[in-house]
Write a protein that binds this ligand. Structure first.
Ligand SMILES: *Cc1c(COP(=O)(O)O)cnc(C)c1O
Length: 429
């Protein structure tokens, strides 16, 4: 073979996987085990001291989960990854090595509703805080930074409106502040966007969504670019200073570009226990094998449905960034050339009441609090996923009372249009 790097379609099937050394099994086995037999006492001691990499206990590492970690890290162009029990777990696991009590993270106002709640309330229990900023205002991001800022967090394609973040521009602000940029790449997937190639330090996913693809299992992952110099300042002592729990070993000095990933496993999973189980890892690996094929159809269908909706008199506006009328059109072309995803909102004439009637009238679309499924999904964010937010927060997040969010699936596009047509006829008189 030549040295030509494999293409995405090849890597999504093969990266991280090899025939099982014990049996030759071609598909990655589900290693349904809690623990692993040590060769002898010296082997056990070396593993516990992190002098040798291997399997001890499945809260930390498991062979099926390890294949998933390597596959997602490869597709994202990172050096390593830590799989977690959910996307929300991945967000905590991404911040945990960076933050101490009193520290803050600058986050976009346009986020998944659950992330807004996690950042505005729950992380306060750890003594952390979040400053919410409009990420189209780069000066405001820079101005929000202070000596306790330890990270910047945004979504590549943002929920629920499908807005697009200018990752290279935000990465430049992060570099100016000397902190890592964390990008939630759930809605784009590495097929549509690779944040690391645009300057992000860390990428998080809810693998619950497109990576698994069919609404079966929960999961998350944190991918590390390996590009950040954790010792350049004294901001990140968990990575740059001696760790008492491992006899004073320093993660950055010992593991170099893999410091964040090793910390995530040896401290994060060990002590927080947000571990992905091997069954879920297996389902997600199966899903990733067809990621590019599904994303192409998701994007094609989203464009067809969004175009139809925009021309319908019962609709006030459609936020899909792939539309020629979108203010994000140029950004879409430059940074998301394979498509602007398949999640967007549209405003229904008749406001809140019409939106509620619409979600009650669809037949193919499922009314669920999920996205990134092969099935098309619909939800009225203001009364569900973004319900806990104030009206101002809803507005800033793109989840006002008059909009409905669609997650366009891979069905026949004409069927989706016919379904929305009949539901709009009921909702808007
Ligand atoms: C669903 C989702 C999350 C949370 O992931 P879970 O797997 O549900 O914990 C985070 N970010 C985005 C963009 C999501 O869509």
């Amino acid at each position: 073979m030549t040295d030509t790097p494999y293409g995405f379609d090849t890597l999504q099937i093969h990266a991280g996987a090899r025939p099982d050394p014990a049996t030759g099994a071609r598909q990655t086995p589900i290693y349904q085990t809690t623990a692993y037999v040590f060769r002898d006492a010296d082997h056990a001691a070396a593993l516990f001291n992190l002098q040798e990499v291997g399997f001890i206990y499945s809260r930390l590492t498991n062979p099926t989960v390890a294949v998933l970690q390597e596959r997602v890290a490869t597709l994202e162009g990172g050096v390593g990854a830590v799989a977690c029990s959910s996307g929300h777990a991945a967000q905590i696991m991404a911040l945990f090595p960076l933050m101490r009590p009193g520290d803050n993270v600058i986050v976009s106002t346009r986020l998944y509703g659950g992330s807004i709640t996690q950042f505005s309330h729950t992380i306060e229990r750890f003594g952390w805080s979040a400053t919410f900023v409009d990420f189209d205002d780069l000066d405001a991001i820079a101005a929000a930074g202070d000596e306790n800022t330890k990270a910047i967090f945004c979504e590549s394609i943002s929920n629920p409106g499908g807005y697009l973040t200018d990752i290279p521009a935000v990465a430049a602000v992060a570099e100016g502040l000397g902190v890592p940029l964390i990008v939630d790449n759930t809605l784009a997937t590495p097929y549509l966007c690779q944040p690391i190639s645009q300057g992000a330090t860390l990428v998080v996913h809810s693998t619950t969504k497109y990576l698994t693809g069919n609404g079966t299992v929960m999961g998350g992952v944190v991918v590390d670019s390996g590009n950040f110099d954790w010792s350049a300042s004294d901001k990140f002592p968990s990575l740059s200073q001696p760790e008492p729990a491992y006899h004073g070993m320093t993660f950055h000095e010992t593991f170099g570009s893999l410091a964040f990933t090793f910390h995530g496993i040896a401290i994060g999973l060990r002590d927080l226990g947000m571990t992905l189980n091997p069954q879920a890892a297996h389902y997600t690996l199966m899903g990733i094998e067809t990621l590019s094929l599904r994303m192409e159809r998701h994007v094609e269908n989203a464009m067809t449905v969004a175009t139809w909706l925009e021309n319908d008199p019962r609709v006030d506006f459609v936020t899909y960034a792939g539309l020629p009328s979108s203010p994000y059109r140029d950004r879409a072309k430059a940074l998301y050339p394979k498509g602007a995803g398949a999640i967007f909102t549209f405003a229904v004439k008749g406001g809140y009441a019409a939106c509620v009637k619409l979600v009650d009238s669809v037949e193919i679309f499922s009314h669920v609090a999920n996205l990134g499924d092969t099935r098309s999904l619909i939800i009225h964010a203001a009364s569900t996923t973004h319900r806990q937010l104030t009206a101002d927060q809803q507005e800033a997040a793109g989840a006002s009372a008059n909009v409905v969010r669609l997650s366009i699936g891979t069905e026949t596009a004409d069927d989706l249009i016919r379904d929305l047509d009949q539901a709009l006829a009921v909702a808007v008189k």
